[in-house]
Design a protein around this ligand. Structure first.
Ligand SMILES: NC(=O)c1ccc[n+]([C@@H]2O[C@H](COP(=O)([O-])OP(=O)(O)OC[C@H]3O[C@@H](n4cnc5c(N)ncnc54)[C@H](O)[C@@H]3O)[C@@H](O)[C@H]2O)c1
Length: 388
């Protein structure tokens, strides 16, 4: 027997839709001494005095700044539990994420909990992934302590974990509510990591902003001058905030945030994270400039090398890295569709090249390999060769 016809009391639309989520505003506060100032504020980091909060940091930052910050917050009557993860890129993993979710639940987190990250980009991204997924999203505050995280990783809504097949392959768009930047925390950071983070500031200078380019090109500027570094952070934060605000999904002008990352991520992963993220991006920016010289027809390679050398950053892909491995990593990047890479390229100082209506430049993988001197260019048949 045929089933009775379906009846509805509502008219059935041909196409239904719904929207979710309210737009969220992230506040970013940059000031030297901002951490100590928390001791005098009415509601430090906007924390709810009735809720249990969880602060995540790594072993090194714990010793240098974590215990002081937790004591300060608890001194204001706030309930803050505390988790310490091993330092280094290895903590930005699926395994660490699973262990941490369990620990955070064990500590009594609930929907009113704020997750607080205190540390570099690794801790920012790991804590961001927990905040994005715990009870389908809890409040998130970043207190970044490396130049990389103060100028870049904490300023945005991209949270990610690494996997065996590549960097940042699992992630989520989830914005922090507040980013509290105290450049004075950089006083304890090793010089190598200050330089490494500065690469992301140079990215905005080389591909986006002439004023920042002029600022970082001053002959007497030095990373030992914390007022100069603070000015660079403020300028970069302002650029990044307005860029994300205009193009949150990085389809157009926010492609600038990807500058140097296509080759940079591949180098970082292929080198087993022996190179820092910023060092890898520096190398990737020179590779992008070489590709732009060939495909866009504007040669800024020497200008890139000169600026990056001035800040003691590497510019060449290490010769020991196997080109076939690099190409494999490049193909696995999220900006590779089929055999096309969608890259940010420059066509002049501090200027992103436009392609059609956007700033994503299509680069065939074969062309990338040819320009960077990786022969032969077809999949799976590389002989190791010198990489320039
Ligand atoms: N999501 C994004 O938009 C984004 C942007 C840029 C970078 N990232 C990610 O950030 C990560 C790199 O971040 P990172 O360079 O900050 O690395 P990191 O977090 O590993 O920190 C580097 C080292 O500095 C130590 N450290 C941190 N703060 C310190 C301080 N104040 N004093 C002394 N030592 C301190 C840490 O313990 C660690 O050993 C990468 O995983 C990268 O992919 C993400």
């Amino acid at each position: 027997m045929a089933p009775p016809p379906l009846r509805s009391t509502f008219p059935l639309p041909r196409l239904a839709s719904f929207r979710t989520g309210a737009p969220k505003t992230t506040r970013v506060h940059v000031a030297r001494g901002a951490l100590g100032a928390l001791g005098h504020l009415d509601a430090p980091l906007g924390l709810d005095p009735e809720a249990r909060h969880v602060l995540v940091t790594d072993e090194r930052v714990d010793r240098l700044h974590g215990q002081r910050l937790v004591a300060l917050l608890r001194g204001r009557g706030l309930d803050v539990a505390y988790v310490v993860v091993p330092e280094g890129e290895g903590s930005k993993s699926l395994a660490q994420y699973v262990a941490l979710v369990d620990r955070v639940l064990e500590l009594g987190a609930d929907e009113r909990t704020t997750m607080i990250s205190l540390g570099g980009g690794v801790v920012c991204n790991l804590t961001g992934m927990i905040a994005a997924t715990l009870f389908r999203g809890v409040r998130l505050v970043h207190v970044p302590t490396t130049l990389m995280s103060q100028a870049d990783a904490a300023i945005g809504h991209k949270q990610a974990l690494n996997g065996p097949r590549g960097k940042n392959l699992v992630g989520s768009y989830y914005a922090p509510d507040l980013v509290w930047v105290d450049p004075d925390t950089l006083l304890t950071l090793e010089e190598r990591w200050v330089r490494d983070g500065f690469a992301e500031i140079l990215k905005h200078a080389l591909a986006q902003d002439e004023a920042l380019l002029a600022c970082v090109s001053q002959p007497d500027a030095t990373l030992r001058d914390l007022d100069f570094v603070t000015e660079c952070i403020e300028r970069t934060v302002a650029l990044k905030c307005s860029t994300i605000d205009a193009d949150p999904l990085e389809r157009d002008e926010a492609m600038v945030l990807q500058y140097g990352h296509t080759v940079g991520h591949a180098v970082e992963h292929a080198a087993g994270y022996a190179l820092g993220h910023g060092e890898s991006v520096a190398i990737g920016m020179v590779a992008a400039a070489r590709i732009a010289a060939d495909l866009v027809g504007v040669d800024t390679v020497d200008a890139h090398r000169e600026l990056l050398h001035r800040w003691a950053l590497p510019t060449e892909i290490p010769r020991e890295l196997d080109p076939s491995l690099l190409l494999d990593r490049i193909r696995r990047g999220k900006r590779c569709t089929g055999e096309t890479l969608w890259m940010a390229l420059v066509d002049g100082p501090a200027r992103l090249a436009r392609h059609g209506r956007g700033c994503a430049w299509p680069v065939p993988v074969d062309e990338c390999a040819r320009i960077l001197g990786w022969y032969p260019t077809h999949r799976g048949s590389f002989a190791p060769c010198a990489v320039h």
